[in-house]
Design a protein around this ligand. Sequence first.
Ligand code: HEM
Length: 366
Amino acid sequence: MSAINFRFANSFRNFSSRSFYSKKTIFSLVSAVSATTGAAYTYERYFNSTNGDNGGGKFIPGKKYAAAFLAAIPDKNKDYQEVYNAIAQKLVDQDDYDDGSYGPVLVRLAWHQSGTFRKHPSGPKGCPYSENAGGSFGGTMRYEYEGSNPANNGLDVARKFLEEFKQKYPYISYGDLYTLGGVVSVQELGGPKIPWRAGRKDLTEKDQAPNGRLPDGAKGADHIRELFGPHAMGFNDQEITALIGAHCLGRCHVKNSGFDGPWTFSPTFFTNDFYKLLMDGDWHIREWNGSRQFEDDATKSLMMLPADMAIKTDPKFAKYARKYADDQDLFFKDFTAAFVKLLELGIEFPKNSKTFNFKTLDEQEQ
Ligand code: HEM
């Protein structure tokens, strides 16, 4: 091993002790770089060539070796099931939030990071990867402007929950991490399997999506179609109805949105209960000193937003909500397709990019 490779190997040993890669993997990766480029400091050219981009290599001196090399690791060596497991285990270990799980707020983060996508952006442009500004690609909610969008109130909790995994697995981008957090949560809380792809890249502050693209819970069917429909995110009525079923999870918080309470009796389990309760229950406007929202006649302990109620009163949405109330398998199938589409809005993955079908923690124990 040449002297420069030895330096590489030493810096990677530190990483291996923090459990990124076994020493064996690291040494074989170092060898791979060496064999491919002939000299270790051209590793970046190796990275570019493995990504089908023959852009010129760049020498990055000193400490940056290790970080750059991690970015250069081919996708097949990035263990996203390991990241999945780490997030899932933290969900189990830290059960002191809200109704006993951070899962719901992680699902909301995944959706709000993705739902800013616009097919025909009307706001300021400046997004370098396409004219379709917004979406999960750049992981931009970590910046001040997008993070403090009132529609994103409370999602700092989810971003803080996930931050340690960005530090621990630096090969994951923020967009990948924020979407993966939602995938982990849906699966671990008993929902369907969500196929997921990696490859989003951290963008800069100037790439933040403009405010005003996320739906207002106080509004009705026209507003929902305008924000989700063909000129915005590109969802049809069936997909919109399937997506909003995620309100089986979690609750509204007065301090975040002005609304209050959970939609179901089991807010930490992914089920079709949202549709059952919405369609089969009777609802009245809650009398309280707060935002206009609905309350169930039977127990007065559940809530629906005016936007949720539109799914019951609009016949085109209601047609699908009825089906999902009667058939959880159908809901799971349609939710999966729509949620994958949501998390990938505006992103073109390379043709050979891998789809991950993650095992749940339970499945791995068996
Ligand atoms: C018309 C569309 C939608 C509207 C108006 C809406 C509105 C809201 C509001 C007002 C909250 C309460 C936030 C808080 O006070 O903390 C909320 C929470 C939530 N939303 Fe939605 N939402 C919509 C669609 C979706 C979609 C598409 C998903 C996911 C696919 C989703 C997932 C969630 C989850 C899981 C929570 C609970 C978060 C928690 O417990 O902290 N929502 N939503």
